[in-house]
Write a protein that binds this ligand. Structure first.
Ligand code: NAP
Length: 276
């Protein structure tokens, strides 16, 4: 088994994820895994970084596919005995002018952004080594969507005692409510992406609390963040930040020094803790 530290970035064949891998290759003292659901796109991205003189490693990972997640988990466990840095970056968003029915957009968006991210966490968080760093890439859209939820939903999503099961039930309820077209009456905002990212931010708060309760002495720090508005296929060419600039906050959280005990369980944007 290798004693080299290891960092993993999901959805990193392009966009913010690729830029996070680039920065980690320069700054993280260990192996850095670029992962992609499509091996061809992943290997092409590895070749691109090799052209820049960097040496990322590659592993297939589709966060929608439990078998793929478990194969990667077993690989990391066998080769490294754990994980030092995990960046949950993979995500999707329908374009604003997409005509796919809203209920379908809700189901598909939640499947990857919330349920996929949760499945990766369920399988990989137990592998986190002491002083490990976990970064869940959420979005400012989560805060905006939270502000547009009913008072009752806002209270639940801000609760310090909400459980993962309760959060999963709420995310499933959103999808079901969109199918019956009663989601607005039930207090939800009209944004599938925003609700999926509420799920990611609240999941991060829950996971951080569980780490406090179950692994207090291991000094693991886990946070959600927004990369900013970044020029990628998702956000388009008018966005204000380059992918490398978008990577700055996730990388800052991924490389918090071993002396740090904060931030933890926070939503961070521009390297600053934001109110939730
Ligand atoms: P992007 O350019 O569209 O890249 C998304 C990445 O996620 C791609 O590598 C994509 O792979 C991957 N992905 C999607 N579904 C996946 C799955 N099931 N399994 C594995 N990988 C999957 O988007 P981006 O702008 O870099 O976004 C990265 C993260 O930042 C996302 O979580 C996004 O929500 C968040 N974010 C972005 C912005 C922004 O302004 N760009 C703002 C706030 C938050 P494929 O190439 O195979 O599709």
């Amino acid at each position: 088994m290798s004693s080299v530290p290891v960092a993993v970035v999901t959805g990193s064949n392009k966009g913010v994820g690729l830029a996070i891998v680039r920065a980690l290759c320069k700054q993280f003292p260990g192996d850095v895994y670029l992962t992609s659901r499509d091996p061809g796109r992943g290997q092409a991205a590895v070749a691109q970084l090799q052209q820049e003189g960097l040496r990322p490693l590659f592993h297939q990972l589709d966060i929608d596919d439990l078998q793929s997640i478990r194969a990667f988990r077993d690989f990391l466990k066998d080769k490294y005995g754990g994980i030092n840095v995990l960046v949950n970056n993979a995500g999707i968003a329908f374009k604003v002018n997409d005509t796919t029915p809203f209920a379908v957009q809700a189901e598909v968006t939640l499947k990857t952004n919330f349920f996929g991210t949760r499945n990766v966490s369920t399988e990989l968080l137990p592998l986190m080594k002491p002083y490990g760093r976990v970064v869940n890439v959420s979005s400012m859209q989560s805060s905006l969507a939270l502000g547009r939820c009913s008072q009752e939903l806002q209270q639940k999503f801000r609760s310090d005692t909400i459980t993962e099961d309760e959060l999963v039930q709420l995310m499933n309820k959103f999808v079901e409510d969109t199918k019956k077209n009663i989601h607005e009456k039930e207090g939800w905002p009209n944004t599938a992406y925003g609700v999926s990212k509420i799920g990611v931010t609240v999941l991060s708060r829950i996971q951080a609390r569980l780490l406090n309760e179950q692994r207090k002495g291991d000094h693991i720090l886990l946070n959600a963040c927004c990369p900013g508005w970044v020029r990628t296929d998702m956000a388009g060419p008018k966005a204000t930040k380059s992918p490398d600039e978008g990577a700055e906050t996730p990388v800052y959280l991924a490389l918090l020094p071993s002396s740090a005990d904060a931030p933890h369980g926070q939503f961070v944007s521009d390297k600053t803790v934001k109110p939730w």
